[in-house]
Design a protein around this ligand. Sequence first.
Ligand SMILES: C[S@@+](CC[C@H](N)C(=O)[O-])C[C@H]1O[C@@H](n2cnc3c(N)ncnc32)[C@H](O)[C@@H]1O
Length: 230
Amino acid sequence: MSRQPSQQDESPVEPGFASYIGEVFGRQDEFMDSLMPRAREAGLPDIALSADAGRTLHLLARMTGAGRGPSLALELGTLAGYSGIWIARALAPGGRLLTIEPEPAHAAFARRAFDEAGVGDAVEIIAEPALDALPGLRAELGDASLDLVFLDAIKTEYPDYYELCAPMVKPGGLLIADNVLTSDWRITDAPGSDERRDAVDRFNRAVASDDRFFAICDPIRAGMLVALRR
Ligand SMILES: C[S@@+](CC[C@H](N)C(=O)[O-])C[C@H]1O[C@@H](n2cnc3c(N)ncnc32)[C@H](O)[C@@H]1O
């Protein structure tokens, strides 16, 4: 087990607190410790969740499916498989994770990572842009089919992901989104200053005012929206 510092420069939380959270709560095993350094060496960008945010995602996932974990989970934006492994390790027995990643090098690295992590049989990578894949997935899986949806792909597309994914979340299921407060923009910047900021702001406000969900914003790392489907 080791502890990883949170990504302080990105965190909306006072840097000292972000650092403390990473040091004390960012525990992970050696495989997860080595995954993003290996991904960086392979040329993938260093934009995965931090360990403390990964643990948050894992904990939330475990609480779905009446405490058994998700039977069916969907992730948008696989990268190296780091967040996907945190989700896959929370799956209910026989559960599945579908994760969408159109970049071939990312998908190939993640495929190996899922297999090495011992969760490969439970994970399917869909190698298409999310907006191309989602209508077909919705037709195939149906509404109220997912225990967990994790959004972490293109920030300007968050409002569209929401429209397509919200009906697919089961009552009692969770919709979670990363980077809802910051990335290389901040949500408190002026409207119109960055199209990603504006799209995420629209997304946040849409979820927060949607009576189908009970939503909160956890300021961990770059801000994580967590919404429970009523
Ligand atoms: C922030 S990274 C995901 C990080 C990952 N969730 C983690 O924490 O380990 C975003 C990923 O979305 C992928 N991506 C880019 N365009 C996409 C699209 N249209 N649909 C789905 N994923 C996309 C990128 O290639 C990248 O791997």
